[in-house]
Ligand binder design. Structure first.
Ligand SMILES: [Mg+2]
Ligand SMILES: [Zn+2]
Length: 180
């Protein structure tokens, strides 16, 4: 069975924009995150992304603009010899009550089904409490990074207390590959 690491994007791979809306223009990788994905790929992990993109439902950006953002990210990765195996996103707003918007576990279930992986052996690295909750509900392994909203979440949510915390994605990957 394949090994996988699932990542949230905003606040984990790229910086959260000031107004919380990531666009093609302000997509800015967190230091070391692209290299970290590269290292995971070289070590034989599948790497996928599970992200809420309610900006689509809210009319802040189009599905096409989101695709361009993803293209920009995959190009940056490819020039560094890495890649993402799949990007899974929820385009709905909170009022849609869909099953894919985190903290619901739907995106993680979609990923597990498509790649036939064991979620109980799969870290889901996020910066928000909704990432932790989705990971717990899907019986995956929640991981928090201090980047993005991570520091705030650690200090304000009791549910985050039992979750392993790393400075950033690069730190998580370094420790994960060391422990193998
Ligand atoms: Mg995030
Ligand atoms: Zn959804």
């Amino acid at each position: 069975m394949d090994k996988m690491v699932i990542l949230d994007s905003d606040g984990v791979i790229n910086h959260v924009a000031d107004d919380d809306v990531t666009t093609v223009g302000n997509w800015d990788p967190i230091g070391g995150s692209i290299e970290a994905i590269n290292r995971l790929k070289k070590a034989g992990y599948l790497v996928t992304i599970a992200t809420n993109q309610s900006g689509i439902a809210r009319g802040l950006y189009s599905e096409q603009e989101l695709q361009q953002m993803h293209l920009k990210m995959t190009k940056m990765l490819e020039t560094r010899g890495a890649s993402i195996d799949g990007i899974f996103y929820c385009p709905h707003g909170p009022e849609a009550n869909c099953i894919c918007r985190k903290p619901k576990p739907g995106l993680l279930f979609q990923i597990a089904k498509k790649y036939d992986i064991d979620l109980s052996q799969t870290p889901f690295v996020g910066d928000n409490i909704s990432d932790v909750q989705a990971a717990k509900m899907a019986n995956a392994k929640p991981v928090l990074v201090r980047t993005g909203k991570g520091e705030y979440v650690m200090q304000n949510f009791p549910e985050a207390l039992d979750v392993p915390v790393y400075d950033d994605l690069a730190h998580f990957v370094r420790e994960t590959l060391r422990r193998r």
